[in-house]
Design a protein around this ligand. Sequence first.
Ligand code: AMP
Length: 250
Amino acid sequence: MNKIESNSILRYWRESLNGTLGFVPTMGALHEGHISLIEYAKQECDEVLVSIFINPMQFDQIEDFEKYPQTLEQDLDLLRKHGVDAVWIPKVHDLYPNGMKMKITESDLSQRLCGSSRPGHFDGVLTVVMKLFQLTKPQKAFFGEKDFQQLQLIQKMANEFFLDIKIVPVPTLRENSGLALSSRNLRLSLKEKEKASFFYKTLQESSTAEEARKKLSDLDFKVDYVEDVEKRRFGAVWLGSVRLIDNVQI
Ligand code: AMP
């Protein structure tokens, strides 16, 4: 596996490829959910590139950024084991050489759901994904349905800016308990993890968003939002200092 740590090596590696490139952007602390994106990419593309970058621009709270789990050596082992062709680990100055003065803003969907409680979050996501796309020039990029709003916004950005990249959605991978795999689960205690599984169950089993909100509050989750949009129920809750998001089809 190639381990790429500079933009110039990335360009050099990119230019050496002949077949189709599948790209899987991540923030590291990799788990089986990320691996399922990689497996989709391996099936659909000749080469698979994974990036690991904790993007400061998308964090609205400094403690969340600082406490974001980092498990680089374990991540590299996992990527090697799953036959990834290259991993790219940019530094902040590689992606923001002139600071964070320019950004991509969407003014509709990005303001709702997670966007209303995390102002500027999706500007950060769209900006970094555009930068990652410009440098990696993939034919296909793989994103998880776990972050459904993010997936929709990236799809809209790709359409809006005529990017020649196919955005491929990948279903959410869950633990047996129903809890969606997430890097942030590493910050949950064993007891909190048990409780976290009720988040998914409640989203799925309640007949209305209001009922789900009430049940989750009764279970002592601090509910950020539960909303039904078209045929999907979206939710975000706090469990101690960890914010969990999920969505289910209704
Ligand atoms: P992250 O490292 O959390 O930024 O996630 C990187 C990518 O993995 C995003 O496209 C996520 O939607 C996706 N992802 C994270 N968790 C899961 C999961 N449990 N199932 C499927 N995809 C996931």
